[in-house]
Design a protein around this ligand. Sequence first.
Ligand code: SAH
Ligand code: SF4
Ligand code: F3S
Length: 487
Amino acid sequence: MTLREEMSSPVEARDARAFPPDDAATKKVFIKTYGCQMNVYDSQRMGDALASEGFAPTETMEEADLVLLNTCHIREKAAEKIYSELGRIRLLKARRESEGKGLNVAVAGCVAQAEGAEIIARASVVDLVIGPQTYHRLPQALRRVAAGERVVDTDYAVEDKFDHLPAAEAQAIRRRGVAAFLTVQEGCDKFCTFCVVPYTRGSEVSRPAEAILAEAHRLAAAGVREVTLLGQNVNAWEGEHQGRRIGLGELLHRLAEVPGLARLRYTTSHPRDMDDALIAAHRDLDILMPYLHLPVQSGSDRILKAMNRRHKAEDYLRLVERIRAARPGIAMSGDFIVGFPGETEADFAATLDLVGAVGYASAFSFKYSPRPGTPAADLGDQVPEAVATERLDRLQALIRAQASAFMESLVGTEMPVLVEKAGRYAHQRIGRSPYLQPVVLSATAGEIGDLVTSRIVRSGPNALIAAGGEPEAAGAAPRPAALRKIA
Ligand code: SAH
Ligand code: SF4
Ligand code: F3S
C-alpha cells in the first residue's frame, strides 16, 4: 500500500467536528493512525466497534479517556515514532492522575503484532496491545483493562474479525466523506526479504465476495461515490461468486454494478498477480480509474532476486506495456527501495533506467531500513547511510520531475473531478482527479459527491487548479504565499 510516514487520521478528526458526542456517550477516544491505508480503514472499523461501546471520537488527546495508537512497523523510523508518542502520553497520564482522573492507552497495528508484550515492558503507560487480527475483540479487551488487567492480544484469531466487527452506521460513513476504503484482502505470502508485512499481517486471506459486495452497497447507499479496494496484495484476491472461482478483475465487474458508485480503485498490487482478467478490466470498465500503483522496488535483476521479488525488470516493463495497451494514458505509480544490501552504483543506475523507461505519474521511494526478523537484515554488505541518502536524492529528483511533467501534461485538458470537500477559501472546493491528484475547483462547480467536468488551468506540485478554483478567482488580490501553498 501507499505509505505515509505518519498520518493522524483525518477521519476521526472530522468526526469530532461534525458530530459532537451525544449525551449517552460519556467516554471519548482519540485514535491516531500511522502507516498505510489499511490502518486508516482498520481505525475506522475500530472506531465503529468503540462507538457501540459508548465511545465518542475526539480530535484532542487531552480530552480522551482512551488513546489508541494504530501503528506501523515498516521502517525503523515508523516504529520508533510510537515510543516518542508514548513518552508524551506518559506525561499526560501523570497529569491526569494528579487530577484524580484516569487514561487508558492502547497500541494496535503492526508494531503491536511485531513487538507484543515488549511494548509494555518498554512503555509501562500502555494498558493494551492488540494485533490486527483480533480487532473484533477490542471491546472485551477494554473491559478487562477497565477491571485493572494489562492485556496483550496478538493471536492469529481463527474467527474472521470482519464477521465480528460491527458495520459502520450510515451516519458514520457520511461523516467520512464520499471516497471510502474497503479492505478485500489482508496479509502477504510473498516474503520479500526486506519486509515485515508477512509477519505482522499474517498469510494472505481474501474476504468473501458477498461480504465485499454487501459492504460496497452499504457505502454507496450512504452516499459514497468512490471506493478504493485495499489489500497488502490486493490483486491476489480470490473468491467465489455464484458458484464460480473469481479474481479481482471479475470482482471489479461486480462492484461496477453497485448503484451509486462512480469510481473504483484498488491498491496495492504485486506485479506477479496482475492477471489477464485484471488487465482487461482496465480496458473494459470506465468506472475503474486510470491509475495503478504497482511497486517494483528496484530496476536491477540482481537486487530483485536478492529481494525475492521473483520477477525481472524486463517482466515489469512488459507488464506496464500490456497495461498501457489496455488503458492508454493510465497513470503509473510505484514504490522503490534504495540502498538494499549489496546495491552497487550499477544496480542503482538500473533503477534510474527503469524509472526513465516507465515514466511515473507519482512514486514513493525509501531508504532501505533493516527490520528485525527479516532475511535481508542479516545480509552483509549493508550500504553506507551517506550513499543511500545520495541515491535517494537522485531518485526522488527524477521522480519529482516525472510527476510534474505529468501534471503539466494535464493543463488545458478537461477531466471528470469528484468533488470531495470545502476548499481553503470560500469560493473553492477540493476534488480528486481520475489520477488521484487533488483538484482545486470553483465552489459553484458542484456539490460534494458530484462528478463534474473541469478544465485544468494550472498545475502545482501537489494539486491541479481548475478554472474558477484559482485563489485569485474570487476577485481577491493575488496572494502569492497562499497561492504557493495551495498550488
Ligand atoms: N504490499 C505492499 C507493501 C506495503 S509496504 C506492496 O508490496 O506494495 C510499502 C512500501 O514500503 C514497499 O513497497 C516498500 O517500497 C517499502 N518498504 C517495505 N519494507 C521496507 C524496508 N525494510 N525498508 C525500506 N522500505 C521498505
Ligand atoms: Fe512486503 Fe513484498 Fe508482501 Fe509487499 S509483497 S507486503 S513488499 S512482502
Ligand atoms: Fe505499516 Fe503494517 Fe501497513 S507495517 S505499511 S501499517 S501493513
